[in-house]
Design a binder for this molecule. Structure first.
Ligand code: ADP
Ligand code: ZN
Length: 865
């Protein structure tokens, strides 16, 4: 053994010597919270082997500089080491060909969609990369349970949103970031404690256990009873002793110390502080309520998971039905999630559920992070059986979900307008089916999507046709504002009829109250020069400025741009300027002149900025401190004031003018919901609707309370024009300070999308130049341009081609906001999953985006402005 030969003790062997083709390595598939989209492979170093499990956040090196980036571990797999270079190639994370699309699988299949065909295996990549190693684990426990992780992955796919950001979006900040926790030392039994205690001391001839003092034994007994390891002082308190016996046990090696993150005491108090509530009494249900409840209970008892649509006017007793169904679910030891619009999530609503159901967790946006974490914990541990919350409560970590309820399911606030742009109803349906829980959707004016699902037998309809206690629905009077007589008092916003009704209502009874609805805040909504005709607009947004009289400013409601209210025209210099259009401020002033000394409460986003202002105002109105409530849409929904006898809708047309195919539906909802405010107590109510379009079908139907008639005619129109719910929609919005760049990029997107649609069809063996497949019955229809579409019945058959049209690109209705020009395009097509697949290709194509251009994709948009 001389010279330069290899020593056997040399640590670095040539690669072929150590190479073991069968060696398996642990690989984490991770998705970056803020980084490239997709799922990337990283090696799990041995020291993190226990810590890195799905649902845990990790730190992963990214890019040539190995910047440490937070990511969610979505899966851990064993991979053959031979797939990866040991040293050679530059280290690079391996992007799996969309881990999402690997699964051909029920994982991403959607309740409403036909089962997708298995995807062909992506061809094995020939390139060999060296796997980078994860740097660290961020969390000690997964922040996402397996169920929520699966939900998040589906969500990202369904709404074409980046996986990491989506996962991050479903866990509240307070829960993610260990808020309200601190590092503490806890005591637990050493793994070899029993062995130690059994050991016999050779001198004293006694086992270690027998040598313990009674106090020490007692400490051990108490410790064994605990689920969670205690701190020394907690253990001392429990065992009613000093610290000494605990320290002695530690010195013997029977107790071990561990550092853990524990919630702070304040947080514990918060969890324990269960508010004391008077138990509420159930009502004897009327026949229709009983029938609805029986249907839901039937599904629960048969362990079925259908979706019910519970249609009933406000005050028809829907909530009573939910509560009864939830009682049943709770009696099984299961949990229920109740979603209500943020705006109806008032203390009264919560009290009502608490009074009847006991431990109710509440999730809404006004909670502090700490409070939210406390609620989340109550749910995850099963302490709270019922979760009441706004949109995001659909992600509540209930371990045993038994029922989901969505009240006011037609509300647009159930759709989130930032990533992930999900609709809570769609998520609820997926979750309910996955966890085999019934879903109950309630509304007086169901969304047309839901109504269509009733027609297709996807949902089961339950109807409450009367208000409980047989209170009549209030009569609705439509006032034609075009006629002189209607306008009565020349220039005001209130017509003569409404003024008379207000006076009569207030005079009839000193407790009577009135609600006035005007969906415009500010004073004058329109500032125009009578000489040159220009209206005053925001220079950054293509939006008219609104005059706010209190501060004498003209303000943009989108970007808050403000200027002093001008006296002369800034465009032509004419010495006159006209303030027109009514906002809530102006109406407040008009009201004060007409009804001096009648206390009026104005609620709009200008008056309710302060925290809790909203609730304070509403309870003041409820107590009768004001006789009139004037407000924007924030007062239209779900509020129960027994003394309101008159509701006036000042300008029912506002929504009708929006360039949106849902304009009619929104207007119909607004009137019907608002009229639900009148006559909820023992008093009869009345509604007055002021409109310039009294013949509009939405206004006519709403004034008669005819939901089904409205739904029928509106659905017919949607079918004819090829809009949802007959077609799925995907909207792309492009914005840039450069009009030309935005325009060009939008055109580029449209081109890509067209290509993707063609590619999807070609891959399905559908030849676009061949004649369309023969229409089966009435399954085909044409749009105005003569193009052919396929109805949803046909969509349910396996793999029909994707029939889609692209609207635009065109400037968005708000063509400029905050200095950005906005262009949009909308794809309408069926079946929805294929349309999404086409759009996904566009997103995955990694189009080169000019530096000053930003774009987003919105699946199933509710907003087209
Ligand atoms: P909705 O949810 O449809 O608006 P609610 O369930 O809130 O209706 O019922 C309206 C009011 O009627 C509530 O005050 C409720 O307590 C009461 N109520 C509900 N069901 C009954 C019933 N069967 N008998 C008497 N009162 C009822
Ligand atoms: Zn602006």
């Amino acid at each position: 053994m001389t010279g330069s030969g290899h020593s056997f003790f040399d640590a670095s062997f040539p690669a072929w010597e150590t190479y073991d083709p069968k060696r398996e390595i642990n690989v984490a598939k991770v998705a970056f919270v803020d980084g490239p989209d997709g799922v990337f492979d990283y090696k799990i170093p041995d020291r993190l082997a226990d810590a890195v499990v799905p649902g845990v956040r990790v730190l992963a090196p990214l890019g040539v500089r190995n910047r440490s980036v937070t990511a969610y571990c979505v899966e851990v797999v064993q991979r053959d080491a031979s797939e990866f270079a040991q040293d050679a190639a530059p280290a690079k994370p391996v992007k799996r060909a969309q881990a999402k699309s690997q699964s051909a699988t029920p994982l991403f299949a959607e309740a409403d969609d036909p089962a997708p065909e298995p995807e062909p295996e992506p061809p094995q990549t020939k390139k060999i990369f060296k796997l980078k190693e994860l740097t660290d684990a961020v969390d000690r426990k997964p922040v996402l349970s397996p169920k929520l992780l699966e939900l998040g992955l589906w969500l990202a796919k369904r709404y074409l949103s980046p996986i990491g950001a989506t996962l991050d979006g479903i866990v509240p900040v307070g829960v993610r970031d260990s808020i309200g926790t601190r590092l503490t030392t806890v005591y637990e039994l050493a793994p070899n404690a029993d062995k130690l205690l059994a050991r016999v001391d050779s001198v004293k001839n006694k086992s270690q256990y027998d040598l313990l003092t009674p106090k020490q034994r007692f400490v051990l007994d108490e410790l064994r009873k605990l689920d969670e390891p205690p701190t020394a002082s907690e253990l001392a308190r429990i065992a009613k002793c000093s610290i000494a016996p605990i320290t002695a046990l530690k010195n013997l090696g029977v107790l071990k110390l561990r550092r853990v993150r524990r919630v702070s005491d304040f947080y514990t108090e918060l969890i324990e502080a269960e508010k004391h509530v008077e138990p509420g009494k159930p009502h004897v249900l009327n026949d229709e309520q009983q029938a609805a409840l029986d249907a839901i209970l039937g599904a629960l008892r048969n362990e079925e998971a259908p979706t019910f649509l519970l249609r009933g006017a406000t005050g028809s007793g829907k909530t009573e039905v939910y509560i009864r169904a939830i009682e049943e679910v709770v009696s099984y030891g299961k949990q229920a999630i109740v979603l209500v619009p943020e705006i109806s999530l008032t203390p009264q609503t919560v009290q009502r559920f608490r009074a009847r159901l006991g431990a109710v967790a509440v999730l809404h946006s006004r909670l502090t992070d700490l409070e939210r974490k406390a609620e989340w914990e109550k749910i995850a541990t099963g302490k709270a059986k019922v979760v009441v919350g706004a949109r995001s409560a659909i992600f509540a970590p209930t371990p045993r979900l038994g029922l989901i309820v969505i009240d006011e399911e037609h509300e647009t606030s159930f759709k989130q307008d930032v990533v992930p742009r999900y609709h809570a109803r769609v998520v609820a349906r997926w979750r309910a089916q996955r966890e085999n829980a019934p879903l109950v959707l309630g509304s007086a004016t169901p969304s047309l999507e839901s109504w269509r699902n009733v027609q297709l037998n996807n949902y089961r309809l339950l109807t409450l046709s009367r208000r409980v206690r047989n209170l009549p629905m209030p009569p609705v009077y439509v006032v034609d504002m075009r006629t002189k007589t209607a306008s009565g008092f020349s220039v005001g916003a209130l017509c003569q009829r409404l003024c008379r009704d207000i006076e009569a209502a207030l005079d009839a009874d000193p407790t009577n109250q009135v609600v006035l609805l005007l969906n415009r805040r500010g004073y004058s909504t329109h500032i125009q020069c009578p000489s040159c005709g220009e209206t005053l607009k925001c220079p950054d947004c293509d939006v008219a400025l609104t005059h706010h009289i209190t501060q004498q400013i003209a303000i943009c409601h989108y970007c808050d741009y403000q200027i002093p209210a001008p006296k002369t025209c800034p465009y032509c210099g004419a010495n006159a300027i006209k303030y027109g259009g009514f906002g809530t401020q102006k109406l407040e002033q008009e009201f004060a002149t007409r009804f001096p000394n009648v206390p009026l409460l104005r609620m709009d986003s200008d008056t309710t900025q302060a925290k809790d202002a909203h609730e304070k105002f509403l309870s003041a109105f409820r107590r009768g401190e004001y006789r009139v409530l004037l407000g924007t849409q924030m007062i239209a929904k779900g509020l129960d004031f027994p003394n309101v006898v008159l509701v006036g809708i000042i300008n029912a047309d506002v929504a009708l003018h929006l360039p949106d195919f849902r304009a009619s539906e929104r207007t119909f909802d607004l009137i019907l919901q608002a009229s639900g405010r009148a006559g909820r107590g023992d008093k009869e109510g009345k509604v007055v609707v002021q409109t310039y379009q009294p013949d509009h079908p939405a206004i006519v139907a709403a004034s008669r309370g005819e939901y089904e008639e409205f739904a029928e005619s509106e659905l017919k129109l949607r079918r004819m024009t090829g809009f949802p719910p007959f077609m799925s929609a995907i909207r792309f919005i492009v914005r840039s300070p450069s009009e030309q760049d935005a325009d060009e990029f939008a055109k580029r997107l449209a081109e890509e999308l067209r290509g993707a649609i063609r590619a999807v069809n070609l891959e399905r063996g559908f030849n676009p130049s061949a004649p369309p497949p023969p229409p089966a019955g009435n399954e085909m229809f044409r749009d105005a341009a003569g193009r052919t579409f396929i109805s949803p019945q046909a969509v349910q058959r396996p793999r029909p081609p994707l029939a889609a049209k692209i609207l635009g690109p065109a400037p968005a209705p708000f063509a400029k906001l905050r200095g950005n020009y906005r262009f949009h395009l909308q794809a309408l097509g069926a079946p929805g999953d294929l349309l999404r697949e086409a759009a996904e290709r566009v997103c995955a194509a990694k189009l080169k985006t000019p530096r000053d251009v930003q774009w987003i994709v919105d699946v199933d948009p509710l907003d087209s402005l």
